[in-house]
Design a protein around this ligand. Structure first.
Ligand code: AMP
Ligand code: TRP
Length: 328
């Protein structure tokens, strides 16, 4: 069966973009593919973190992944730091990617150039090698990711091919896939930029744990335009198109069809808000249930990590023996 892997960093409460652009698709795919999903806690160490916080966020994210519908009996949900093969293959991948390739990563360039005073860790630079290890350890065929991560999947492919040509066919070369709809949910207050964790605090972003009143208010205050027509045209009407995109994604329709049902912005905003509230209500209820029982969450993560470890250990052995490292 085709194997799918995608991971997510435990960097705080998820938002609507994460759900519509990623989590929802993972839930669907788990029945068609063999799925692995890592909570990549080691990746969140590229910037300094307060002691204890990563663990709390890992639990909260695990609860959210199960709440949105990942089934621990079907998909393998694991914690990256519980599977020691990740940093071990990560080192081999650091030695299989070049300084030049890593320097060309847009995300690194953005982050490193942002401030002269900010601490730029070595991990921020080598992070794509760890991400390559995340993917390659599971003989992954497909990696569903947003556009911003395509470059990292590309460097993973190059590293796998380079490894195979140095040491013989060992690693499966993965492909990046982009979900059909909801791939880019924009900020409700600034519809030309992506809804993101860094704008999480303001009115433009819908947190997955926001209550109904907050969601309704944020949608009603969403930025539109003065054209007074409901059309799906992301170039000219970015705000309205984003609302259409959200409503279409939540109700499984296409944005242009949704547009034909509206003539005014008020009802569109109200319906988009109501649809999101209805979608999130059962997820929030399950999340709260799961968060009440940390030992059950720990047990579920233990099952996932054991399964992940089994697969990852086999791949790492293959890699070590292809290189010809002396067996332990
Ligand atoms: P991040 O929040 O950047 O760690 O992303 C976690 C996952 O959510 C990735 O697969 C992203 O591609 C996806 N994602 C993040 N922001 C958005 C957004 N605004 N619209 C759609 N997908 C998103
Ligand atoms: N780099 C990804 C992000 O910032 C998270 C990630 C880490 C990932 N390892 C991965 C995504 C492996 C897909 C596959 O969102």
């Amino acid at each position: 069966m085709t194997r799918v892997l995608s991971c997510i960093k435990p960097t705080g409460e998820g938002h609507l973009g994460n759900h519509l652009g990623a989590l929802r698709h993972w839930v669907r795919l788990q029945h068609e593919r063999e799925s692995f999903h890592g909570i990549v806690d080691l990746h969140s160490l590229t910037v300094p973190v307060e002691p204890g916080l990563v663990g709390e966020r890992t639990m909260a994210l695990a609860a959210m992944l199960f709440a949105v519908g990942l089934d621990p009996d079907v998909a393998t949900v694991f914690v990256q730091s519980h599977v020691p093969e990740h940093p071990r293959l990560g080192w081999v991948m650091e030695c299989t990617t070049s300084y030049g390739e890593l320097s060309r990563m847009t995300q690194f360039k953005d982050r490193a150039s942002r401030s002269q005073t900010e601490f730029v860790s070595g991990g921020l630079f080598t992070y794509p090698a760890l991400m390559a290890a995340d993917i390659l350890l599971y003989d992954t065929d497909e990696v569903p990711v947003g556009d911003d991560q395509r470059q990292h999947v590309e460097i993973t492919r190059d590293a796998a091919e380079r490894f195979n040509s140095r040491y013989g066919e060992t690693l499966v070369v993965p492909t990046a896939t982009t979900p059909p709809a909801g791939a880019r949910i924009m900020d409700l207050q600034d519809p030309t930029s992506k809804m993101s964790k860094s704008t999480r605090t303001d009115a433009g972003s819908i947190g997955l744990l926001d209550d109904a009143a907050a969601i309704d208010r944020k949608f009603r205050r969403a930025i539109t335009d003065s054209l007074r027509q409901v059309a799906y045209d992301p170039e000219r009407q970015s705000g309205v198109s984003n609302l259409l995109e959200i409503l279409a994604a939540v109700t499984d329709r296409n944005p242009a069809d949704v547009a034909s049902e509206y003539h005014a912005y008020g009802p569109l905003k109200a319906d988009a808000g109501a649809a999101v509230i209805e979608m999130l209500a059962p997820i929030q209820a399950r999340y709260l249930e799961l968060m009440k029982d940390p030992s059950e969450l720990t047990r579920l993560l233990g099952i996932g990590s054991a399964r992940a470890h089994e697969v990852a250990a086999t791949t790492l052995d293959r890699v070590h023996s292809a290189i010809g490292l002396l067996p332990a």
